[in-house]
Design a protein around this ligand. Structure first.
Ligand code: SAH
Length: 469
């Protein structure tokens, strides 16, 4: 993090702008809106600034900058076109510990001013850390377009009810849940439609109806996080990720996805590397029940889809047995992700009429697969958790009658920036996996559809670390 984001209360606080031109005017407009006690040092002023001076809305010192001007200031903006004066303002502020910004000169800024979307009291501030102001403005335009003006109304109403809600719910979690539901339904719709009185009445009604027992009840959300690329999350997943008290996650959940979970949520790693469970499955099942019974909203984040080789079923069986509320949210399973991002359709009229998902994971000494079922030339087989056992899997498929020259691919870290796709045949794939050092998570796809990769691959391969020079 290059800059610490914060919002300053500048009401009646002494602030100084050095300069009296266009830029100074823009900054003065903002500082005035924030209620600052504004002074401007400049030999001359634009008419608008002069008008504010005459109306007593700012103090004007009609001269050049002098060192002592910054004394007692909370915040200073240098907006002259004279580099020397700007540098002097900067040095003086730094020496006295006053926050300073020299316009358009990042190296002389102790603070920077973000692009804003103003729905006061709701405020969205965007910064690129001074690297690309145009990008920040573009993003701002997008948010402007999607954030209805009524959000400000909603925020203001919530502010009015805040103390009453606080008194009503002493439990912080129940309080948060009240707001989560209250701000999401018909009250919000009314506020967004500009019906402030109606929205307030609705919120008050909800407050009388809300009961602690329901709001304080825990639940488990078993959520599929997809194959690793955050863009492939569902809206429902993202929403639950924002509302959770505690999240249980494992290796398959990418850090970029975990970063989207509510910042204050407790994070519990229950990792899972093949045969080296950080927490045995039974313990995870029990932990989920325990946390929910404590009244928490528990997010169980799973890679891919929770019901495909994810033991999601086992986890909720335990919840159901204990009467814990739960919800299951599907995710994009890695077979779908890998298929699309590698340009290997899983079915295709000319190649494959069906697809089977199997696991290559070993139980004891055996890979328990129904081999004869996987040998039809018109069938695509996707093998999860098969990297280690690839030689055995390919050998068995051939032994049971699938042609040795059947096209086969392995896709490592599918859908992410590090995705790597290797293609060969059942006969050659194991050696290729070895040669390219492919590691889990990776999927094997077997079948004639793999030949389509050459034509349909659209995702650029990641630049290997060692080729960047
Ligand atoms: N529930 C998950 C699967 C869990 S089993 C799902 O629906 O995808 C774990 C296996 O999934 C890994 O061993 C690997 O075979 C596969 N996998 C998960 N994410 C992957 C990814 N980004 N790229 C390739 N394979 C992946």
């Amino acid at each position: 993090m290059d800059y610490f984001p914060l919002f300053l209360d500048l009401k009646r606080q002494p602030c100084l702008i050095v300069g009296g031109g266009e830029v100074a005017l823009r900054k003065a407009t903002l500082l005035k809106a924030a209620g600052a006690a504004l002074s401007v040092v400049s030999p001359d002023l634009l008419p608008q600034l002069a008008q504010w001076r005459d109306a007593g809305e700012l103090r004007h010192h009609a001269r050049t900058f002098s060192r002592d001007d910054v004394a007692g200031m909370r915040l200073v903006i240098a907006a002259t076109d004279d580099e020397q004066v700007n540098a002097q303002v900067h040095a003086e502020c730094e020496a006295r510990g006053v926050l300073v910004n020299v316009v358009d000169t990042p190296e002389k800024c102790r603070f920077i001013v973000p692009s804003i979307v103003d729905r006061s009291p709701l405020m969205v501030a965007i910064s690129t850390g001074g690297t690309a102001p145009v990008l920040a403005r573009q993003l701002r335009a997008r948010i402007e377009a999607t954030l209805p003006h009524g959000y400000g109304v909603l925020a203001r109403l919530a502010g009015r009810l805040r103390d009453r809600v606080k008194a009503r719910f002493t439990d912080e979690r129940a309080r948060r849940r009240f707001w989560e539901t209250a701000l999401d339904g018909s009250a919000a719709e009314k506020a967004l439609a500009g019906n402030e009185a109606g929205a307030l009445a609705e919120l008050e009604h909800r407050l009388t109806l809300a009961d602690d027992a329901t709001l304080g009840r825990g639940a488990v959300y078993l959520v599929g996080a997809g194959p690793g690329n955050p863009d492939l999350l569902t809206f429902r997943a993202l929403r639950l990720m924002q509302q959770t008290d505690v999240v249980l996650y494992d290796n398959l959940v990418a850090p970029a996805i975990l970063a989207l979970v509510r910042r204050d949520a407790e994070r519990i790693y229950v990792g899972k590397k093949s045969n080296n469970h950080a927490l045995p499955q039974e313990e995870i099942n029990k932990l989920l029940v325990k946390l929910a019974q404590e009244g928490k909203a528990v997010l169980r984040l799973k890679g891919g889809d929770p019901f495909i080789f994810g033991r999601g079923g086992e986890e909720i069986e335990e919840l159901a047995a204990n009467g814990v509320d739960f919800e299951v949210v599907p995710g994009i399973t890695s077979a779908s992700g890998a298929s699309c991002y590698a340009g290997i359709p899983l079915t295709h009229r000319d190649h494959a009429q069906s697809v089977t998902f199997v696991t290559g994971h070993r139980r004891g000494d055996e890979i328990e697969l129904d081999w004869p079922r996987l040998t039809s030339p018109s069938e695509t087989v996707v093998i999860y958790m098969g990297v280690k056992q690839a030689p055995r899997i390919c050998e068995q498929l051939i032994a049971h009658g699938r042609a040795a020259d059947t096209p086969a691919a392995i896709i490592e870290k599918a859908t992410t920036a590090e995705q790597c796709v290797i293609t060969g045949t059942l006969a050659t794939l194991p050696a290729l996996i070895e040669q390219h050092g492919i590691k889990p998570p990776a999927l094997i796809i077997v079948g004639s559809v793999v030949t389509l990769h050459d034509k349909l691959a659209w995702q650029q391969p990641a630049v290997p670390a060692d080729s960047t020079g």
